[in-house]
Design a protein around this ligand. Structure first.
Ligand SMILES: Nc1ncnc2c1ncn2[C@@H]1O[C@H](COP(=O)(O)OP(=O)(O)OP(=O)(O)O)[C@@H](O)[C@H]1O
Length: 259
């Protein structure tokens, strides 16, 4: 099992983000996490990425329990989990190559990082090109990152994640700031790369129609609990509607709290 969550609860002060949530995701599965703002999608991704610890419950990622690992083992596990954050986290005023190479920082240690930032080896550059090429923008490798379009920058973030050679790829609302055609391109890029590389893929998103069109498994979250866990064919209109009807009736504190 790539990801195993058993009765996980996670709170921030008095705000309950996840409540007795259980979910198993097999190696190579592609899962869309759907639900209204504040339902717990980012919290769940951060737990899987081992950036957060649950208050209760049992979690294993790539068959390891992060709570039982020493700092070195935890670092190693994290190199196998790549996260594409909502705002991409690219360094704007450097070459695209630099941003892709940043995907390897967790693995190579400080001395090599310093050398690499001045003079990347030909094999590192070749590998950066390989992943940029796989995302369709190989020719941009020496361009300044902030000269690229928003869609191209998203591809740089995908290449950076894949440079890490992860077992699990997580993406937090990768479609939130792009137009519908770009959103579909992005999701199709992620799902096809995950299929070809045998990568477990978990993507949070708001667009239910896009999730239904592109993912074989949809997990709906509501108030930090699993509302449904189904294939697009199984998913009923009622289940979808109930998920989003609650958006307007969320308790007030769900709107007020922020990251
Ligand atoms: N660092 C934090 N401090 C306090 N509360 C938090 C924190 N992170 C999340 N929360 C709260 O936990 C709940 C779940 O938040 P989360 O960000 O996981 O939801 P989400 O589904 O990803 O929302 P969105 O779609 O708006 O990104 C919300 O009520 C949120 O305000």
């Amino acid at each position: 099992m790539a990801i195993h969550l058993d009765q996980i609860s996670c709170s921030f002060g008095s705000t309950r983000a996840l409540h007795h949530l259980s979910l198993d995701i097999a190696v190579g599965e592609q899962v869309a996490l759907i639900g209204p703002s504040g339902c717990g999608k980012t919290t769940l991704l951060r737990l899987i990425g081992t950036q957060l610890r649950p208050n209760q419950g049992h979690l294993t990622v790539l068959d390891q329990n992060p709570a039982l690992l020493d700092p070195g083992q935890l670092r190693k596990l994290r190199t196998r989990i790549a996260m594409i954050p909502q705002h991409l986290g690219l360094v704007p005023n450097v070459q695209v190559r630099r941003n892709v190479l940043n995907g390897g920082l967790g693995t190579i240690g400080l001395p090599r990082t310093l050398v690499q930032s001045i003079l990347p080896s030909p094999s590192e550059t070749q590998r950066a090109f390989h992943w940029l090429d796989r995302t369709g923008i190989g020719e941009k490798i020496y361009d300044r990152t902030d000269s690229l379009s928003g869609g191209q920058q998203q591809r740089v973030a995908v290449a950076r994640a894949l440079y890490q050679e992860p077992g699990i790829l997580l993406a937090d609302e990768p479609t939130s700031s792009v137009d519908p055609a770009r959103a579909r391109d992005m999701i199709e890029l992620l799902t096809s790369l995950s299929r070809e590389e045998g990568l477990t893929l978990v993507v949070s998103m708001h667009d239910l129609d896009l999730a239904r069109a592109c993912f074989p498994r949809l997990v709906g979250l509501r108030h930090g609990e699993v509302a449904f866990d189904q294939s697009p064919d199984e998913l009923s209109e009622e289940a979808c509607q109930s998920l989003y009807q609650l958006e307007s009736s969320l308790p007030e504190h769900h709107h007020e709290q922020t990251d």
